[in-house]
Design a binder for this molecule. Structure first.
Ligand SMILES: *Cc1c(COP(=O)(O)O)cnc(C)c1O
Length: 498
């Protein structure tokens, strides 16, 4: 192969080269690279085998330095870099550990690892065209439509997560109400478009309306009823008041599994209101939508999800698939496409060949270049099957119920919210402390248990007070991990000091 020498003076006197290119990026010594790759794969599997012994650990100064070397003008080579990759393995978030209940973070699966590895080898761009990877993503979207009761004609696309899925869904929602001209004229001059969600809805809803240019005041936070769900009378009143004020309501956002307590809005009731008001129902099912496959009593919480106009959910939370992968489903494919399709002539459709393969995923979302996220989902689902994944989800719900039972059995602890799903929020009872001191105590307990590797709780605020929060989306968790975590809280709480 003849080099193109126009890139710099240093190359001008190099001889033309046949065979392996000394400056190329592919391995120069194939067998040696292969051996290194096998060793690294073994290290990855060893890491997962030892997941139980590897909680999160703070990043030490030397590790941080090693991870942030100066800009490498000259590489250290494959061997040394492969060793550095293996050395990175212990320094993750700790969500692979069975005592990790902090935030809603999935564990990752072995088959997801193999899917990621294979996807990296293929290095497909799923923006469009006609190649095998496209069919894998179509299969995953098709399965999701079946799971959540969406019609065959519905469309969908995999995303970085529910945050991006929400932006896509709300873009479609406003186009449905405001018409396709909004893409041309923008929102200036259009009556103010309003969306509605429960007070406990995720912050990603706010980000989405901000990103779409509506401003955070365009998202009405509807108070919760005693059941933790959006108060329906308050919702109707807010819609009426906005219409009265000359605004244009466009979307109601239902929550299927709130991030703090796992609460569900009454999705059927929301669908009725939306039908009567001629609005768009979007459901945020980031993790909670998966209760759909857990069997009852959890499955019934998702009743009505099949009536949504759009649904956002994650594979990287409660389907245990590696980061990152979320998805959006949209009932009306034509609206979805109308909100995003825009292709310049160099991307024109072809009837056949690699440039075929319509419809292209880039016409249903933000990104033109798209990675092969679908393969880790596909390999996880194919290997374990929906039933086994549903069993793991149900097990997490039972573990949250077990945690609640242990809390109720301990005189020093009290539940801060009913446990409906996989989230358990509780407090240490310390009537001797001022409220702010008690709040600080809970934050200290969480940090203490994170640092000593017992368990990872997060904290959140419920009814104005800081509480410990466990969100169990962990397929490795066993009964004893839950017991150890609660014992850890009791131990940390009994230590002297406020
Ligand atoms: C995590 C979460 C989100 C945001 O999803 P990402 O995948 O992190 O972008 C939205 N809503 C709820 C209820 C969540 O739990």
């Amino acid at each position: 192969m003849k080099r193109n020498n126009s890139n710099g003076p240093a190359m001008t006197d190099r001889p033309a080269q046949d065979g392996p290119d000394p400056e190329g990026l592919d391995p120069q010594d194939g067998p040696a690279f292969r051996a290194r790759a096998h060793t690294l794969l073994d290290a990855c599997l060893d890491h997962l085998d030892a997941a139980r012994e590897r909680p999160w650990q703070p990043v030490s100064d030397p590790v941080r330095e090693a991870l942030m070397p100066p800009l490498p003008h000259t590489g250290i080579g494959e061997e040394a870099t492969a060793r550095a990759l293996a050395a990175m393995l212990p320094h993750g978030t700790g969500n692979t550990h069975p005592g990790f209940f902090g935030w809603v973070q999935g564990t990752g699966t072995h088959m997801g690892l193999l899917g990621e590895m294979t996807a990296a080898a293929i290095n497909a761009n799923l923006g469009g065209r006609d190649h095998g990877a496209i069919y894998v993503e179509r299969a995953v979207i098709g399965w999701a439509k079946q799971i959540f009761g969406f019609p065959d004609e519905a469309s969908g696309v995999l995303t970085t997560g529910t945050s991006q899925a929400t932006v896509i869904a709300l873009s479609a929602a406003r186009l449905a109400i405001a018409g396709p001209e909004i893409r041309k004229h923008g929102i200036a001059g259009v009556p103010r478009l309003m969306a509605y969600c429960a007070a406990g809805a995720h912050n990603a809803m706010l980000k989405a309306v901000e990103l779409l240019g509506h401003g955070s005041d365009s998202l009405r936070r509807i108070p919760l009823g005693t059941d933790g769900a959006m108060d329906l009378a308050a919702l109707k009143a807010a819609i009426a008041a906005d219409r009265e004020a000359g605004h244009t309501p466009f979307a109601v956002i239902g929550t299927a599994g709130s991030v703090d307590t796992g609460a569900f809005d009454d999705l059927n009731a929301l669908a009725d209101i939306v039908a009567a008001e001629r609005l768009w129902l979007h459901v945020d099912g980031a993790f909670g939508a998966w209760a759909r496959i857990a069997g009852d009593p959890w499955q019934e919480l998702t009743t009505g999800i099949e009536r949504a106009d759009s649904l956002a959910f994650d594979f990287h939370k409660w389907m245990y698939v590696q980061y990152d992968c979320g998805a959006v489903l949209i009932r009306d494919e034509t609206i979805h496409r109308a909100a995003f399709a825009a292709r310049p002539s160099y991307l024109e459709a072809q009837d056949a060949g690699l440039g075929g393969g319509e419809p292209w995923f880039c016409d249903y979302g933000i990104d033109l270049s798209r990675g092969f996220r679908a393969l880790k989902v596909w390999s996880t689902l194919r290997a374990y099957g929906l039933d086994r994944l549903g069993d793991a989800i149900a097990a997490n719900c039972r573990q949250a119920a077990l945690m609640a039972a242990l809390v109720e059995a301990a005189p020093e602890l009290t539940l801060a919210a009913p446990v409906r799903l996989n989230l358990c929020c509780f407090r240490v009872i310390r009537p001797d402390l001022a409220p702010e001191e008690a709040d600080a105590l809970h934050r200290r307990i969480a940090i203490h248990l994170q640092l000593d590797g017992t368990a990872v709780f997060s904290t959140t605020t419920l009814n104005g007070r800081t509480v410990l929060r466990a969100a169990i989306v962990n397929h490795r968790t066993r009964r004893e991990d839950v017991e150890r975590a609660v014992e850890g809280v009791l131990r940390a709480a009994s230590e002297p000091g406020p």
